[in-house]
Structure formats: structure tokens, C-alpha cells
Write a protein that binds this ligand. Sequence first.
Ligand code: COA
Length: 340
Amino acid sequence: MQASIFGVGHWAPERRLTNQDLEKMVDTNDEWITTRTGIKERRILEEEKGVSHMCVRAGRQALERAGIGPDTIELIIVATVTPDMPVPATAALAQRELGAGACWGFDINGGCAGFLCALAVGAQFIESGRHRHVLVIGADKMSAVLDYTDRNTCVLFGDAAGAVVLGPDPTDETGIEDFRMRLDGEGAAFLYMTGGGSLHPATRETVDQRMHFVRQDGRTVFKKAVNGMTGASSDLLADNGVSPADLRLLIPHQANLRIIDAVSKKLGLREDQVMVNIEKYGNTTAATIPMAMSEAWEEKRMRRGDRLLLSAFGAGFTWGSLLLTWGMEGPGDSGGIKDL
Ligand code: COA
């Protein structure tokens, strides 16, 4: 039995941080940010709220669209690199606020590829027949770990959450078909946040040395991302006998428009086959793919039975691609798990 997506939702805070706002904070300008990244603005969550606030709102919308209540969820997986706190897991905080009942759950740290990791894991519990309803959330409050004096990173990221409900499709016509995920720890030197873990617990020194902020070697990450996402996607398509022309949509991780363009071109995809919303949100780390998926569904860019390719690259390095056949009816149409 394949694991199919029967509900999708997203949530982003109201507050906008535009390129013009950033011009007043660091030595940058709208033209540089737009041409180098494609980003125009990002959303910023209130300081006193944690990532679970966004998880709950995206999760609720996904559940509503799936037509099921929180009490039927058996497993919650949250992909995030910015949990509310190190302990307990954000999944626990989301479970409490959602009012989910007899379920279990945990967090996954897969960087910008976290949502794909969580989706691949969640799908196994449906395929094995162990669970019927799994809630998979990708969410990050990147504003909590950004150094707003570092123009190399602060212009790139924003805050948001996206979520999907996975369930079995008894017809086996839709669902997650296959994935290729990879991990290469050599990447740890190029994208990291060193402070606050067991190696460098928070001290006055780690704060003074600004170790609680994300740092990266942008050029290296860029090249590795293009190669990693293209390679995983080509292998996955070839192994499953799917040609790029068969795809309705590529929903890529939204880190940089130039990365998305390069990957799309290498795969031979037309512009209308690629979902892009980076201009509105920037890189929201684990949230980009479910957010873009939710907006694509709202815009009626895919229907039940359409082939989709998801692809992401992030810290680790962790990267990969996932191939699926879309299971939801369009907005306004009847659908959801209960109708099957
Ligand atoms: N505004 C203006 N200038 C900036 C800038 C900013 N916000 N950020 C960097 N620059 C400068 C650099 O200092 C550099 O100046 P120098 O040549 O005098 O040293 C110059 O712009 C070019 O920097 P470079 O790093 O070569 O630019 P780039 O074309 O590679 O773009 C990134 C930089 C970060 C946008 C790009 O490398 C990128 O997106 N990488 C992937 C990052 C990513 O996605 N990370 C998340 C994990 S998936």
C-alpha cells in the first residue's frame, strides 16, 4: 500500500522583512539580493513565539483539508533545525496544542532537506500497514539563528511552516513511489551552527564569539546543491522509468532561484513545470517544500493522479529527491481520506 498525501497546509507570520528593510540593517541592496537569490521579502515570527506555534497552524490546515480530526493522528514527525527548545521535541509541543490523542512522535534534523527525510520516514509507517494517519510537518524559525549583521546569511532566510497528512491509498493509484536520499558529513565544514550543542554548550564565550548563528560557505553550498539535487533527481527518474516530460511539477527546496533554475534546466524541465515562491518567503529551511506544495495545490497547479518530483539540499550535507503521484482532489472538490 502506497503512502499518499491527503491534506496539505502552510502558515507564515504576518510580519514582512523586505530587501529595503535589510538595506537599512547591513551593506546590501535590493538589486543584489534579487539578482543573486530571487528573494524580495521574508516573514518573521514574533520573538516570544517558537516554531511550534507555526507547526500547529500549518498542521491544523492540513488536517482540515484531509477531512480528519487531530485525534485520529497516530504519529507526528516534525522536521526542524530550530526547535522551540532542545528538550522536549517540538513534536510533543505540537501534539499538545493540536489536541492530538493517542499518538507518538519525534523531531528530525535534516537541515533544508528535513521535510523530505520526514516524508520518507513517515511513508514507511503507512506502507508497512502500521499506521493509517501520519502528520508530517516541516517548520523553521530561522530568524532565531540569524546574525543580522552578516549579509552573507541574513538576507537568505525566513520563518514559516508547512504540513502534510499521509494515509494509505487503497487503490494504489497515488502515493510516494520512490526516493533517493543521501548524507555526506564532509559538508559539515560548509554549513553549520556550532554553539548550543553538547560540543559547545551555551556559555558567555559562545555568545561573545557569535557561535549561536548559522554560517555557511555560500559558493560551495551553491555548487553542491545544484549537483546533488540534479543527480538525485536524474537517478530517481531513470530508475523509475519516468521522463521529465511526464512530470506535472518539480517542487524544489527554495534556497536560491539560481539553484532552482540550474537544476530545472539540467533536468530539461519547462518553466511551467517548476513551482517557485522564494520571492515571498526566502529560504524557510524545512518548510519550503510543504509550503510550496500547499500554494501549488491552492493555485490548482496539480490534480489527483499528477506526477510530482520533490528535491532538496541542506546542511550535513543531506540531500535527495522523492517521486510521488498526487492524491488530493483540487480545492473545492470533494476529497480527503474519509471519501476513499
Ligand atoms: N549583499 C551584497 N553583497 C553581498 C551580499 C549581500 N547580501 N552577500 C554577499 N555579498 C558579496 C560577497 O561578500 C562577495 O563580495 P567579494 O567578492 O567582495 O568578496 C560578493 O557579494 C559575491 O559573493 P559570492 O558568495 O560569490 O556570491 P554568490 O553569487 O555565490 O551568491 C549566495 C551568494 C549566498 C546568494 C549564494 O552563494 C547561495 O545562495 N548559496 C547557497 C546558499 C544556500 O542555499 N544555503 C542554504 C542551505 S540550502
